[in-house]
Write a protein that binds this ligand. Structure first.
Ligand code: HEC
Length: 131
């Protein structure tokens, strides 16, 4: 039974496009690296309110509190369309205030420095306020 299927499998495994894979992989890796560098630069120019914020903690809290899941229910996609840098929230202080408002309204019980960390991540990834 199984021997009937072994030949086509062997042929498929040796398909010619496989030589392309390492090239595509390194291309993807360098694009990713450029993205990381761009983020670093944006961070360096970021709002003073978020200077020294714990971005890794912010990312963890955003995952933990399922911010994106709820936002996605409202606006679809990955939920990031809820973040409107050209809307009412027009600077770093208002952004942090909005996160604080969600924090109390949804009873996340985040500490002030955690609210700052979350807002700093949103600023880095979506709002990009300089002040
Ligand atoms: C239970 C649902 C829900 C959860 C969980 C949630 N949000 Fe929201 N959030 C909303 C809704 C709804 C809005 C849109 C309010 C409006 O403009 O009508 C919103 C709006 C926002 C905005 C304002 C966007 C803008 O530019 O106007 C920010 C910032 C925000 N949320 C941050 C967060 C963060 C950070 C978390 C997680 C720590 C979070 N939210 C968790 C429902 C949620």
């Amino acid at each position: 039974m199984h021997s009937h299927h072994s030949t086509p499998h062997a042929i498929r495994a040796a398909r010619p496009e496989s030589w392309l894979r390492p090239i595509l992989f390194s291309l993807a890796a360098s694009i990713l690296f450029a993205g990381v560098l761009a983020h670093r630069t944006a961070q360096a120019q970021g709002a003073s309110l978020f200077q020294g914020a714990d971005l890794k903690l912010g990312e963890e809290l955003i995952t933990q509190h399922q911010c994106a899941q709820c936002h996605a229910e409202k606006v679809g996609g990955d939920g990031s369309a809820i973040y409107r840098p050209l809307g009412v929230i027009a600077n770093a202080g208002l952004l942090r205030g909005m996160v604080e408002q969600c924090n109390s309204a949804l009873n996340f019980q985040m500490f002030p420095e955690e609210v700052t960390a979350v807002a700093a991540v949103l600023n880095r990834d979506h709002y990009r306020f300089k002040d």
